[in-house]
Design a protein around this ligand. Structure first.
Ligand SMILES: *Cc1c(COP(=O)(O)O)cnc(C)c1O
Length: 384
């Protein structure tokens, strides 16, 4: 045979794969089937690479174990996990109830895409009781979308009670559990139907990969979510799945350390004269602490603070005075970050007056003493 033909067929696969600690990263759109009968035998053969190969399957298994789920679907980002679940399960004429403290890009998806497809979107106050929330549902309500603690403002929801009441009415519950990372809070064990997370944050842990996941127990729901991915044509790469698996190995120790440092920084902040309030559910006395103590086995490094009233200029001086805290969105990585939140609160329907500028801090793996010194520098600049 000619070199042209031989080059197409040579060097394609090792005869045997040696075992490494992690799975092989397979790259492939085409999957070669053993015989003609297998080509259309979807029940027994994986026939195409879009649905994921070895690393993606291993990640699904590991997340399924972590979340105590029957099945896990993977999406190219955290937002895609939430939009993917909505597109897989909702139809025109349905209503979705969404907590008003939802991550802002999810709100954008609900307002611009779900509404365009004829889904009724209703926001509810995170301070509403579970009873009044579920009573407000109509016969068209198909899903309640939760996030706890709330994005930026850290309201805690009574998840088990909402899940129980919703189930009694035949309404699905889904939660953005990025803060709990499937580790310190396990929504499926508290009766929630779908546990969503932006793996981009704590699971990835290094601020360099995007991915999202949806975990469920009901086999019919798992099937519907997998079909949804197939219909939308979404795929995640083996390299990215491998990076998420690597993150999972150290998730418990990173979160434990970041929780401990975060609490040290939060309790120090509570005593500073420039700080009006600390919004950290794991801090005794802070809003939502009772629910956190009942339902969570730990915390992460993300929380909010309310400064005593001051102009935008002073808030900028505070943030610009920080040297160790980077100014940037996202969180869950090894590095400390800070943002001002007020510009994002304007879209809320049940906006609260927090009594001063709201700042979100993410405490990374640096020494908490160094971070405290950095925050003191920033607060000095705020006061001037
Ligand atoms: C970052 C984030 C998301 C979205 O994740 P991406 O991977 O950036 O799309 C969703 N929910 C919460 C709470 C987040 O912080």
């Amino acid at each position: 045979m000619s070199d042209e033909t031989r080059l197409i067929h040579a060097g394609k696969a090792a005869d045997t794969l040696v075992r490494t600690v992690g799975p092989p990263i397979q790259k492939g759109s085409t999957v070669l089937l053993p015989n003609a009968e297998a080509l259309y035998d979807d029940a027994n053969f994986l026939t195409y690479g879009r649905g994921g190969l070895s690393a993606q399957t291993c990640l699904q298994d590991a997340l399924g174990m972590l979340e105590a789920a029957e099945g896990v679907t993977l999406y190219p980002s955290g937002i895609a996990a939430i939009s993917g679940v909505a597109m897989a399960l909702l139809k025109a004429g349905d209503e979705i109830l969404v907590v008003d403290s939802i991550y802002k890009p999810v709100r954008r998806f609900c307002d611009s895409v779900l509404r365009r497809f004829g889904v009724d979107v209703t926001y509810f106050d995170p301070h509403a009781s579970p009873e009044s929330l579920v009573e407000s549902a109509s016969s068209a309500t198909r899903m309640i979308l939760l996030e706890s603690p709330g994005s930026l403002s850290f309201e805690m929801l009574d998840i088990p009670r909402i899940a129980e009441l919703a189930r009694g009415r035949g309404i699905l519950t889904a939660i953005d559990n990025t803060w709990g990372a499937g580790l310190i809070f396990k929504p499926l064990e508290h009766g929630v139907d779908i546990s969503l997370q932006a793996l981009t944050k704590y699971v990835g842990g290094h601020s360099d990969v995007f991915m999202g996941s949806a975990a469920a127990r009901d086999p019919k729901l798992v099937r519907q979510l997998a079909d949804g991915i197939n219909h939308m044509g979404w795929a995640v790469s083996g390299e990215d799945a491998y990076a998420m698996l690597r993150g999972l190995r150290t998730l418990p120790i990173r979160m434990a350390r970041q929780s401990e440092s975060g609490l040290a920084v939060a309790s120090w902040l509570r005593d500073q004269p420039e700080v009006a309030q600390v919004l950290h559910p794991a801090l005794p006395g802070a809003p939502g602490h009772d629910l956190w103590a009942r339902d969570y086995s730990g915390a992460c490094g993300l929380f909010g603070i309310v400064l005593k009233p001051g102009p935008t200029q002073a808030v900028n001086a505070f943030l610009n005075g920080l040297k160790l805290f980077g100014l940037g969105f996202s969180w869950g990585g090894f590095e400390s970050l800070a943002i001002a939140c007020d510009p994002q609160l304007k879209v809320r329907q049940f906006a609260r007056d927090y009594g001063g500028p709201l700042i979100r801090l993410h405490v990374g793996l640096e020494s908490p003493d160094d971070l405290i010194a950095d925050l003191r520098r920033g607060l000095d600049a705020y006061g001037q």
